[in-house]
Design a protein around this ligand. Structure first.
Ligand code: AMP
Ligand code: MG
Length: 329
């Protein structure tokens, strides 16, 4: 069985073909680039998606050497995400499913990050840290759902890095640039607010303080301090969640999982708890169609359920802990 996955929640429009063994047969994508100093404008990003969607879709077929006759089901990101961007993916999915008469399976984007990360790393029952532009959540699977053991109370870790970077005049997404500047710091730590409440984190005060700090300190040192502070907050919450849940695997997924310093801190926390650390391969850390295809495949194979084209809408706010996951134990 082959599934076409369509991703369009934010900056990326992606199409990917995945087979039932989890082999990624193709992964075609293109990301909207915001002007330097600005964030994603939903309407501009959706225009980007409209412009590239046809080429991306055709490329996902041709690079796998397949045609729509070979595709058995179509999965698409139903949410959460930016409305105008989500709607482009939903229109493409509805059009293809209607025209080619294929079952259509809506997918929660956050679940897609986790399912693809688990499949690619082999983590079977992990404590998950989902860190991206849209999410900062710690989760474990219990009784048919991913349960939240900690999350951000305000902005996500991706927004912290991107908003700080944009204030410094960088082009979004800024996480990679901040990581490389932090690597050039002499290791001079400038004091920044560290806010962990229970097992939740808050980054908005840290963002304001880091912007102020940049006025009177070397940017490399502020980037270093920003990473050290925000990642230590996450590592503290992860360590507490490991103690509480007793999980022996930890998996990090989402675009921010590309950061080596964050992985280093989490690996140390895992070592102290005798826990195996897994990180989603960098190639699939950011948004992509394969995460949607693989999740739709598992959903369809376990439930046999699909939606009618008329019901294939979008859900801009769709919490992961509201989604029933029938294929996990
Ligand atoms: P996603 O929403 O999953 O596509 O992830 C995008 C987020 O990942 C953005 O906020 C980026 O700034 C962030 N990101 C990408 N690479 C890195 C990195 N090396 N370090 C930290 N954050 C990163
Ligand atoms: Mg994402």
């Amino acid at each position: 069985m082959i599934c076409l996955g369509i991703e369009s929640t934010a900056h990326t429009f992606g199409c990917s073909l995945v087979d039932s063994s989890g082999k990624v047969l193709s992964d075609s994508r293109d990301a909207y680039k915001a002007p330097e100093g600005s964030g994603i404008h939903p309407r501009e990003a959706s225009r980007h998606h409209i412009e590239v969607c046809s080429d991306i879709f055709l490329n996902s077929l041709s690079s796998a050497g397949l045609s729509m006759k070979d595709v058995d089901i179509i999965g698409y990101s139903m949410g959460p995400g930016l409305g105008p961007c989500l709607r482009v993916g939903a229109v493409v999915a509805r059009t293809l499913a209607g025209f080619h008469k294929k079952p259509l399976v809506p997918v929660n984007h956050a679940l897609g990050h986790i399912e693809l990360g688990s499949m690619l790393t082999g983590a079977s029952d992990p404590l998950v840290l989902l860190v991206s532009g849209g999410h900062t959540m710690m989760l474990v699977f219990s009784q048919r759902r991913w349960r939240v053991f900690g999350e951000t109370l305000d902005i996500t870790i991706g927004q912290l890095l991107d908003q700080f970077g944009r204030a410094m005049g960088f082009a979004s997404p800024c996480g990679g640039k901040i990581e490389s500047l932090a690597g050039q710091s002499s290791g001079k730590y400038t004091q920044l607010p560290y806010v962990v409440k229970g097992n939740d984190v808050s980054f908005s005060g840290l963002l304001t303080a880091a912007k102020h700090s940049a006025a009177s300190n070397r940017l490399e040192d502020v980037c270093y301090s920003l990473q050290e502070t925000s990642f230590a907050m996450l590592a503290e919450a992860i360590e507490r969640a490991l103690s509480f849940t007793g999980r022996k695997e930890m998996l990090i997924v989402g675009g921010v999982s590309a950061n080596r310093r964050l992985s280093q801190m989490l690996e140390s926390a895992c070592e102290r708890h005798n826990c195996k650390f897994f990180s989603c391969p960098i190639k699939f850390a950011g948004d992509n169609g394969a995460q949607i295809a693989w999740t739709a495949m598992q959903d369809y194979q376990s439930s046999g359920k699909s939606v009618l084209v008329k019901d294939a809408t979008v859900r801009q706010s769709w919490r992961l802990d509201l989604v029933d996951v029938g294929w996990r134990g």
